[in-house]
Design a protein around this ligand. Structure first.
Ligand SMILES: NC(=O)c1ccc[n+]([C@@H]2O[C@H](COP(=O)([O-])OP(=O)(O)OC[C@H]3O[C@@H](n4cnc5c(N)ncnc54)[C@H](OP(=O)(O)O)[C@@H]3O)[C@@H](O)[C@H]2O)c1
Length: 246
């Protein structure tokens, strides 16, 4: 009997999340993912993956914030394919918050998305993941150490996500493995697309002298969920060697 393993990935409809959803789907996983504002992209992915393999993808709209009922969300998701084997916390907010821009709104927006959601999703998915001998992958960032200038709240959120990864690896062991993947420069932030000077400066510090590909992240994720049975509490930097020159 073929088991249809299921991945739940947050924000898997655009950019890195989209390529990860497609890559894992190509490798036989059913995909459940979420969108918040990108309804058009969600519809396209849903059609695309289900035309490749019928009933293999479901997408739900959710805004990850302090008002989200994570228990209800979990129940809804597990009902779709009757099982969830992998939780990938990918959805993220990324924008500068200089010290004078720190306020309740930016704190809640970034921390709720990048840290609160991964914690509460892990809490509610834990019994299901335990049953499936599954795993969690958190998409972090190489920039937590050293931190990215003028991004106080983002840095804190991702540093917290690394701490969460290690804490959960201890607390959910031995039944659920928890790891992180930290992208380097994979896709330029949409706000920096035309900043050629900044792009050149970043490229000069990458050992492999090129920007990464979203598939590089997807491959690291697949390794962690499928072939890394004896790996937990780790964070893989996928950055073309940028960490060597930070
Ligand atoms: N791009 C890079 O090179 C890079 C570098 C380092 C780390 N990373 C990390 O890699 C992951 C993917 O990066 P990316 O650049 O592809 O991400 P992104 O485009 O910035 O965001 C991914 C998705 O997150 C969803 N999202 C954001 N806030 C949400 C909320 N409150 N509720 C629900 N969904 C929300 C958005 O969905 P909607 O569009 O539907 O609103 C968005 O499509 C992120 O965790 C990021 O921090 C990326």
């Amino acid at each position: 009997m073929t088991i249809n393993r299921t991945v739940f990935i947050t924000g898997g409809i655009r950019r890195i999340g989209l390529i990860t959803s497609k890559y894992l789907h190509k490798n036989g996983y059913n995909i459940v993912t979420t969108y918040d504002k990108s309804a058009k992209e969600a519809k396209i992915l849903h059609k695309n993956l289900n035309s490749i393999r019928s009933n293999s993808c479901e997408i739900i709209k959710v805004s990850l914030n302090s008002k989200t009922d994570y228990n209800l969300l979990y129940k809804k998701i597990v009902k779709i394919f009757g099982r969830v084997d992998v939780l990938i916390n990918n959805a993220s907010k990324f924008y500068p918050t200089k010290i004078n821009m720190v306020n309740n709104k930016s704190w809640e927006d970034i921390i709720d998305t990048n840290l609160r959601a991964p914690l509460f999703l892990s809490k509610y998915f834990y019994p299901e993941l335990k049953k499936r001998k599954g795993s969690i992958v958190n998409i972090i960032d190489i920039h937590i150490n050293p931190p990215l200038k003028d991004h106080i709240i983002y840095n804190l959120s991702k540093a917290g996500l690394l701490a969460l990864t290690k804490t959960l690896a201890k607390d959910l062991a031995p039944s659920v493995r928890v790891n992180g993947v930290s992208p380097g420069a994979i896709m330029w932030p949409e706000s920096d697309m035309n900043n050629q000077k900044k792009k050149k400066e970043i490229l000069s510090r990458i050992a492999l002298k090129r920007i990464g590909n979203p598939e590089d992240i997807a491959k690291a994720v697949l390794f962690l969920i499928k072939d890394a049975d004896y790996v937990t509490g780790q964070n893989i930097n996928v950055d073309g060697g940028r960490k060597l020159n930070m």
